[in-house]
Design a protein around this ligand. Structure first.
Ligand SMILES: *[C@@H]1O[C@H](CO)[C@@H](O)[C@H](O)[C@H]1NC(C)=O
Length: 312
């Protein structure tokens, strides 16, 4: 099992901390290809991003899982701010960092993988950063779209225009409060107590699954609290992960999604916006969060895709 090394790098003046997984000497020669792995909203590098990075390293790649700015061990204030543009730049800066690892990484062989919200930030960053030579997502979701519309496959998780207007008022008020010297307002997206998860949500919906992952020993981590700085809502309400996906071509795009994921439509839409080469890979019977900690239906696909795209 590859043990990660703690590393740090700069992202727009914010110090980010990551875990660099290096391949064991006995593994396949991947020609110093490296993969940046972005974590979900509210997640940290030790959870699904770390699991994917570790398994990619086992398959012979250098892999970097890192905490986004404002999250986990990484710097940035206010804490738990979800700023899509910073998130995308963190990914670009992770590529810059890997590009400096002379002797360990070939800068012309760097791929990117984004999980959940990072499945939006990764294509977005790649659209304008040609150093990202292969682009992959797992359970992708555009956080801008989810903010504007909610989850379209869960009737109880929809956001109406009036609700969105209310959220924007709340976010704007939170800014004014900070300017007056007040506290940064934060909301908690997942309740600590399972009984407080809204009952009317679909039983296969992401929120129930997310509770099971983030709030139980299955995936919980002390630095992944599922809090968010309210003023971030205003930063992402008009953000669109996939609008410029055509710019990724001719670099390859692979989007992996569970057959029964309530966010499957997000990857399908993202594919429509992309040009060839592109592939939507559906894992039979799996859900959105189901791919976070069970990679058995998609890791080989991911490894083959990265090897084909980066190692020739
Ligand atoms: C893990 O995923 C595989 C492939 O999708 C599936 O066959 C298996 O049942 C899953 N395991 C668990 C514990 O859910």
């Amino acid at each position: 099992m590859p043990t990660p090394r703690s590393v740090s790098f700069d992202s727009r003046g914010i110090q980010l901390f990551g875990h660099l997984y290096e391949p064991p000497t006995a593994s396949a020669d991947r020609r110093k290809a490296a993969i940046v792995v972005g974590h979900p909203f509210g997640g940290v590098k030790e959870q699904t991003a770390g699991l994917h990075a570790r398994q990619l390293a086992q398959a012979g790649f250098v892999a970097l899982a890192f905490d986004a700015a404002y999250n986990g061990e990484s710097g940035g204030s206010p804490r738990n701010l979800e700023d899509p543009y910073q998130r995308a730049d963190d990914l670009r800066n992770a590529v810059s960092y890997l590009s400096t690892l002379d002797g360990a990484v070939d800068p012309s062989r760097i791929g990117v993988l984004g999980i959940c919200a990072s499945g939006g930030y990764v294509p977005f960053a790649a659209q304008s950063d040609p150093r990202m030579r292969a682009v992959a997502t797992v359970s992708a979701a555009c956080f801008g779209d989810l903010t504007r519309n909610g989850n379209l496959s869960d009737p109880a998780a929809k956001v109406t225009p009036a609700q969105l207007a209310g959220l924007l008022e709340m976010s704007a008020d939170a800014r004014t409060q900070v300017a007056r010297g007040g506290e940064v307002q934060r909301v908690q997206h997942l309740p600590d107590d399972e009984a407080q998860v809204p009952k009317d949500l679909s039983p296969t919906g992401m929120m129930r699954e997310a509770w099971d992952y983030y709030k139980t020993p299955r995936g919980q981590h002390p630095m992944s609290t599922q809090h968010e700085a309210v003023l971030g809502i205003g930063l992402r309400a008009n953000y669109d992960s996939f609008a410029f996906n055509h710019l990724i071509s001719p670099r390859p795009l692979l989007m992996i999604v569970g057959e029964n994921a309530d966010t499957r439509y997000q990857s399908e839409r993202a594919m429509e916006k992309a040009k060839e080469p592109k592939e939507l890979y559906v894992v039979p019977g799996r859900t959105h969060v189901g791919l976070y900690d069970n990679t058995s239906g998609h890791m080989q696909k991911l490894v083959d895709f990265m090897a084909e795209s980066l190692c020739k």
